[in-house]
Design a protein around this ligand. Structure first.
Ligand code: NCD
Length: 322
């Protein structure tokens, strides 16, 4: 195979061909989610360790489901129950997991760089499921898959990302990914979350503080989750955020008429997004969730199974279920 991956730690170091390869690999798995019997034997006998040092429900469930649909078993470590609480170091915890001989480790951690740190110290493939404010590469891939399906292509899309860009690993992975495909990226949010340095992440990035202006002509509108703890007086009250940055139907009308709306979840209706937008035909929120399974299955397949063609496995299963 021409695009061998050993880990997936970030989008930034990947090139267009590698990204396109991963998105293409996800295609048969998108189809697979519609099958009545959703179980392959591809990774039977393999074990995926889910090391979630930071709370997460949806990303953990998505990886666990992806692994199980490929026939793999999972072993799970969750923030609350983790021995980290008892003072064990990250590396000792991960080495303990590794000693149970998993075939890949999926890690989420609140420190930027944690996934890479671990990847240098273990022998199995490592997948970054979100590290601090750095990256969330599988989210970047599932967003790209959703955009490519709806627009027909990834190249040159006009995207507006709204919210706490500064702290968002989702925004970073999307910026790196889409900019490799010539995107025009507009970042919008309160000044404290929109520092000038963000323009250095990639070419063709502009910061536009006023949402009405930022939405003008956008083909993809991404509202980020707002952490309520970060919204307080005197810097910015929730009311003011809603007033200036909430994605409402009236504001969405300023974007391209066929614009699509993305949100990584968990979505706080009434804060960053108006329920009427969240439930509109333009919203791709649930498609994103299904595409997340396809992307994660493709990735686990690529990192753990090796060289067989996923299309064959999807076909096998189609036959098995008819
Ligand atoms: C994102 C995350 O945790 O980085 N959510 C997710 O993976 N579904 C987005 C967020 O929580 O802001």
């Amino acid at each position: 195979m021409s695009h061998r991956f050993h880990h997936l730690l970030a989008i930034e170091p990947l090139n267009r061909e590698q990204i396109t390869f991963l998105l293409d690999q996800a295609k048969p798995f998108q189809e697979f989610q519609r099958y009545p019997l959703k179980k392959l034997a591809t990774l039977r006998g393999k074990t995926i360790a889910l090391a979630f040092f930071e709370n997460s429900t949806r990303t953990r469930i998505s990886f666990a489901t992806a692994a199980s649909r490929l026939g793999a078993d999972t072993m799970s470590l969750q923030a609350e129950s983790s021995s980290l609480k008892k003072g064990e170091s990250l590396i000792d915890t991960v080495r303990t997991l590794e000693a149970m001989k998993p075939d890949a480790i999926v890690i989420r951690h609140s420190s930027s760089g944690a996934a890479e740190f671990i990847s240098r110290r273990v022998d199995v493939p490592v997948i970054n499921a979100g590290d601090g404010t750095h990256e969330h590469p599988t989210q970047g891939l599932l967003d790209a898959l959703t955009i490519r399906d709806r627009r027909g292509k990834l190249d040159g899309c006009k995207i507006t990302i709204i919210g706490d860009i500064l702290h968002s690993r989702v925004a970073r992975s999307n910026i790196h990914l889409l900019s490799k495909f010539g995107a025009q990226i507009t970042l919008c949010g309160p000044a404290m979350w929109l520092p000038r340095e963000l323009e250095c992440l990639a070419p063709n990035i502009r910061r536009v503080p006023r949402l009405e202006e930022a939405l003008d002509g956008a083909e993809v509108v991404m509202a980020l989750r707002i952490q309520q703890e970060r919204l307080h007086e005197p810097s910015l009250a929730a009311d003011e955020y809603i007033l200036r940055y909430q994605l409402t139907p009236a504001r969405l009308r300023l974007a391209h008429p066929d614009a699509i709306v993305l949100h990584p979840g968990p979505m706080i209706r009434g804060l960053e997004i108006d329920p009427a937008v969240a439930d509109s035909l333009q919203s791709c929120v649930l498609e994103q969730v299904t595409n997340g399974l396809a992307v994660r299955m493709a990735l686990l397949f690529e990192l753990v199974a090796g060289s067989t063609d996923p299309q064959d496995h999807a076909k096998d299963s189609a036959h098995a279920s008819h």
